[in-house]
Design a protein around this ligand. Structure first.
Ligand SMILES: Cc1cc2nc3c(=O)[nH]c(=O)nc-3n(C[C@H](O)[C@H](O)[C@H](O)COP(=O)(O)OP(=O)(O)OC[C@H]3O[C@@H](n4cnc5c(N)ncnc54)[C@H](O)[C@@H]3O)c2cc1C
Length: 417
């Protein structure tokens, strides 16, 4: 079949790679170059352990305080509050033990095959060095403070995540530059990361293009229907593109496209920031999650990247780089040696559903359209598996992952069904 893939982020390019393995012809439609939107500047964690949703039990109690703190982990721009309030109310409905356990169990199924789903694509692209399998450290100031997160850590363990406890000496032996603020760690050996998220997307994209894909540099504006099928994709870049099928993988911008296909989903952008520090004077051997600070630190090929924070301000408001700078200030308290003289700052739109689970499946009521978006904080972890599973759906093969929790129609009229 000739399949139009809307979006050249991690989900779009891995979907292309997997579809091509089945012999399909692929056309990307995206005005941007590959790996230049949210997949550009993320923290690069590839973690089968990243199963916990954003809305955790008891979170609702913290929201009022966060709203008043312009440098807090969650900021809502005042003008956007009325727009985002219904989404936020839905989001908080999942912040209880029963829902979190259900969500984490479903996410474990999606994230566990992360390396299996990337490997064939990266091998073909000659880019396996863009995937590191050297574990990840969750670090805390002390064992006592880690207790505050023990419910989530135990849930992870109950789902099979191995987490080795490290006292201060063992932690500093593994990562000498964590000496200082951090006195306790949990090492998750099954995790990994990429040293260059955008490079990883571009490598898979380049291989897809070499394998016969085309790229129409335009925005999708609509779909032409014939009976229950889509027979062409309308864009702002010339004549309609005739297709036999379409995959929506447009990240945080997918909501409007899904709606044009008849599926309403409550998709919201959780804007996140990074600073990437060149010549940081700090050396880490692997990805580190500073849990109390809510910042992920990853040694990348272009410098030390500190990434995190959530800002609700929609897709249109300009970035507030003060949030990136505050990542740098917190970074300096975490690593007293950090030389922050030379850094770049970035903001990206995480595509987020209220239940922190992506939408993966056939578009209801359309015979030849599939949806793959909404991966929130774990799109790099779940991207390749999503691509593999969409290829299975297109082929009519049984999925290798239980996709029922991710079904597109789990929300009716934009609300939880
Ligand atoms: C600060 C930060 C840190 C993060 N850290 C991690 C991490 O460590 N690990 C992890 O797994 N995830 C992480 N994430 C999340 C991850 O980056 C995202 O989930 C993922 O990149 C989303 O990929 P995507 O392919 O869905 O969307 P994107 O990469 O955003 O790509 C979407 C593409 O669709 C295109 N598009 C949009 N509308 C249209 C249209 N109408 N027509 C044509 N094209 C269109 C856009 O131009 C864009 O190129 C992080 C995110 C942030 C912000």
């Amino acid at each position: 079949m000739h399949i139009g893939i809307i979006g050249t982020g991690i989900v779009g390019v891995t979907t292309a790679g997997w579809l091509q393995r089945d012999g399909h012809r692929v056309t990307f439609i995206d005005p941007k170059e590959a790996g230049e939107a949210c997949s550009f500047g993320n923290a690069g964690s590839l973690s089968p352990s990243a199963v916990l949703p954003v809305a955790m039990p008891g979170m609702w109690k913290k929201v009022p305080k966060w709203l008043l703190d312009p440098d807090g982990p969650l900021v809502i721009r005042t003008h956007y509050l009325p727009t985002v309030l219904p989404w936020l109310m839905q989001f908080l409905r999942y912040a209880n033990e029963k829902e979190v356990t259900r969500i984490a169990t479903a996410m474990r199924g999606l994230l566990l095959p992360v390396f299996d789903a990337y490997l064939p694509l990266l091998q073909r692209a000659g880019a396996t060095s863009l995937m590191r399998r050297d574990g990840c450290l969750y670090v805390y100031s002390s064992r006592q403070s880690a207790q505050r997160w023990s419910w989530g850590a135990n849930l992870r363990r109950s789902l099979g995540v191995e987490m080795e406890e490290l006292d201060s000496e063992a932690l500093w032996e593994m990562e000498p530059d964590l000496r200082g603020l951090f006195g306790f760690g949990q090492f998750a050996p099954e995790n990994g990361s990429t040293p260059d998220p955008s490079g990883l997307v571009k490598a898979i994209y380049r291989q897809a293009m070499e394998d016969g894909a085309s790229h129409l540099r335009a925005s999708v504006t609509g779909f032409r229907r014939k009976g229950g099928r889509i027979d062409a994709i309308e864009t702002d870049g010339g004549p309609d593109l005739d297709v036999d099928g379409v995959v929506v993988a447009a990240g945080a911008w997918s909501g409007a496209l899904a709606r044009m296909l008849g599926t309403r989903v409550p998709l919201e952008s959780q804007r996140g920031y990074h600073v990437t520090v060149r010549n940081p004077g700090v050396s880490l051997g692997r990805n580190v999650m500073a849990v109390e600070q809510n910042i992920m630190v990853n040694p990348m090929s272009m410098g030390l990247r500190l990434a995190g924070t959530v800002e609700l301000a929609g897709l249109k408001a300009p970035p507030n780089y003060r949030r990136a700078e505050s990542l740098l200030s917190v970074g300096k308290t975490m690593f007293p040696k950090l030389n922050g003289a030379d850094y770049s700052a970035w903001m990206g739109h995480r595509p987020c559903m209220p239940d922190s689970m992506p939408v993966i499946g056939a578009a209801p009521g359309v015979e030849n359209a599939w949806l793959g978006f909404g991966h929130g904080h774990v799109g790099m972890c779940g991207g390749a598996t999503t691509g593999r599973e969409i290829a299975n759906l297109v082929a009519g093969r049984a999925p290798l992952v239980d996709l029922a929790p991710f079904r597109p129609d789990r929300f009716r009229f934009g609300r939880a069904a």
